[in-house]
Design a protein around this ligand. Structure first.
Ligand SMILES: Nc1ncnc2c1ncn2[C@@H]1O[C@H](COP(=O)(O)OP(=O)(O)O)[C@@H](O)[C@H]1O
Ligand SMILES: [Mg+2]
Length: 236
């Protein structure tokens, strides 16, 4: 579904991604772990076509198409939904307004997602549909960021640190919702610093360090690799 091959991405002179290859097959959850500054968001920006990240060489293919040079809007219309780092919720728009805007930009003829289906996945958002973004808790804002991406009817969901700033109990609930989405057949590329969430969801794990992939394997293999966990993730 998504194939990133030998990717080199820059911010003007800064060479940040140095030969990254990652693949997400249909219906799979693939996690990318790494410390702050490793280049995780840069990879997400490269896939989405978000400046100022600049792909200089390598390829990004999505369902057989080359994505390099496409605008974020085009990438979204091709079926990749982004849940950005920091959530990017509008403080003054209501929950329902966020969903309506996202639905309008969907490319699907027969939308799989509408607000009713969103509210059955996230009942809390349904109860708060007339509240403004600024009045939501951090966990609710994260759910809304995911809901907004789903309204575009993506085949692949890119999530950049959805666990950031969430209390353990909220994180637990988020994990359950994401497992439901996985069960519904959605492909997910999960970028995280939170090892626990990634191990719980992922079929396959990659570890990024200073712009290079330093580990790839199953969650169990990462779990068993004390050296990688300690050296690159600061856990264990
Ligand atoms: N807009 C930018 N301009 C210049 N350098 C950037 C920009 N965004 C990120 N960087 C640099 O790129 C590197 C990787 O950052 P990032 O992809 O945000 O890491 P992560 O998401 O893993 O924390 C860091 O050294 C960071 O300082
Ligand atoms: Mg980041």
């Amino acid at each position: 579904m998504l194939q990133v091959e030998d990717l080199h991405t820059y911010y003007s002179l800064a060479h940040v991604l140095r030969g990254v290859s990652v693949e997400v097959a249909e219906g799979r959850v693939v996690a990318l772990l790494g410390r702050n500054g490793a280049g995780k968001t840069t990879l997400v920006s490269s896939v989405m076509g978000l400046p100022p990240a600049q792909v200089r060489s390598g390829s990004i293919r999505y369902r057989g198409r080359d994505l390099v040079g496409h605008s974020p809007h085009e990438v979204t219309r091709l079926g990749i939904g982004l849940v950005p780092q920091g959530r990017r919720i509008y403080r003054s728009l209501t929950v329902l307004e966020h969903l309506k805007i996202a639905a309008r930009s969907s490319a699907a003829d027969v939308p799989a997602w509408d607000s009713n289906r969103i509210f059955s996945l996230f009942p809390q958002l349904g109860e708060r549909k007339y509240l403004r973004g600024g009045a939501l808790s951090g966990g609710e804002q994260q759910m809304l960021a995911i809901a907004r991406a789903l309204m575009g009817n993506p085949r692949l969901l890119l999530m950049d640190e959805p666990s950031e700033g969430l209390a353990p109990i909220i994180l637990q609930q988020l994990g359950e919702r994401l497992l439901e989405l996985k069960g519904a057949g959605l492909s997910i590329f999960l970028v995280e610093q939170n090892v626990g969430l990634a191990l719980r969801l992922a079929d396959e794990v990659h570890v990024l360090d200073r712009g290079q992939i330093v580990f790839r394997g199953t969650p169990a293999a990462l779990e068993a690799d004390a050296q990688v966990k300690q050296r690159y993730l600061g856990v264990g």
